[in-house]
Design a protein around this ligand. Structure first.
Ligand SMILES: C[S@@+](CC[C@H](N)C(=O)[O-])C[C@H]1O[C@@H](n2cnc3c(N)ncnc32)[C@H](O)[C@@H]1O
Length: 272
């Protein structure tokens, strides 16, 4: 049984280190997510874990708790429409806009296990062969060390590739590794994967033409959403676009963004 004091300790730790807000009522989630860590540490319960956290000087255990509390739900070409819009409208527009410098910067800001950024890479390889000779700077970040390791590995189970990945792309861009599928090196090499907390300093993220920051703002409070959107605003290159998740918006948070609707996708760009 998770005591109110231990729940409170975990909530504060997670908020301080990731800005993720755990509301009262999420005790079951804390218990569920921390159970494997409790076991791996040879402890009896979360009470024991909290005691260990209080004396852990290295910060490693804290990081592992935050890692365990992140929600990493994702899939290839998730929601479909944003990828259609990227292919039909945004990338052609960006290619026109940057045709002199022949360079594009893309940032995927909550990469999870990598399906989103690899969907973008496949889309680029399939539909924009001309970009092969451009300077492409594609960065994907996530707070979770475990997720960034998974991204770098690019290895997915049959169940994961069954979710959203067309068979033709699976056959073309992946190779079999035992029971799993691994994305080919050529696509893995397109992306620079980094561990990064959106709630702290943004190190090494280039000014970007396209930012995918989907399904992550929902975990933060409004003050943190404003802070992050403010930084996104400064990072978007002129004419650049921001993609958020279906239940996320800049409305009532940062009026310097305007919403642009393309077909069934809402995107955001800096007002001129
Ligand atoms: C639900 S997944 C979204 C994945 C992908 N963008 C998508 O829409 O399919 C949310 C991701 O945000 C990451 N995340 C949560 N808090 C974060 C933070 N403070 N900084 C960076 N990433 C964070 C989690 O680790 C998780 O992988």
């Amino acid at each position: 049984m998770l005591s109110p004091g231990d729940f409170d300790y975990i909530c504060r730790l997670v908020l301080e280190r990731s800005a993720i807000v755990l509301e009262p009522g999420k005790e079951y989630l804390v218990e569920l997510r921390l159970k494997p860590l409790v076991r791996a540490c040879g402890l009896a319960d979360i009470g024991g874990l909290v005691q260990k956290l209080r004396t852990d000087r290295s910060g490693d255990l804290q990081r592992e708790v935050v890692d365990a509390m992140t929600t990493n739900e994702t899939s290839f070409f998730r929601d479909v429409h944003p990828f259609d819009t990227l292919r039909k409208i945004i990338l052609p527009e960006m290619i026109r806009l940057r045709s002199t410098e022949r360079a594009l910067n893309l940032w995927c800001a909550a990469a999870s296990s990598g399906q989103e950024i690899y969907s973008i890479c496949m889309l680029i390889r399939e539909h924009f062969p001309e970009l092969a000779s451009w300077r492409m700077n594609i960065v994907a970040t996530d707070i979770s060390r475990e997720m960034i390791q998974r991204c770098r590995e690019g290895r997915y189970s049959q169940l994961e590739v069954n979710r959203g990945l067309p068979a033709a792309l699976l056959v073309k861009h992946f190779e079999r590794v035992e029971m799993d599928w691994r994305i080919k090196d050529e696509l893995r090499r397109m992306v620079d994967f980094r561990e990064m907390n959106l709630a702290s300093l943004w190190m090494g993220v280039p000014a970007s033409d396209v930012i995918f920051m989907r399904n992550v703002l929902i975990y933060f409070d409004d003050a943190m959403k404003r802070q992050i959107l403010g930084k996104v605003y400064n990072l978007l290159r002129p004419g650049g676009y921001l993609f958020l998740g279906g239940s996320e918006t800049t409305l009532n948070l940062d009026s310097r963004f305007e919403q642009v609707k393309f077909d069934r996708t809402l995107c955001y760009r800096a007002r001129t």
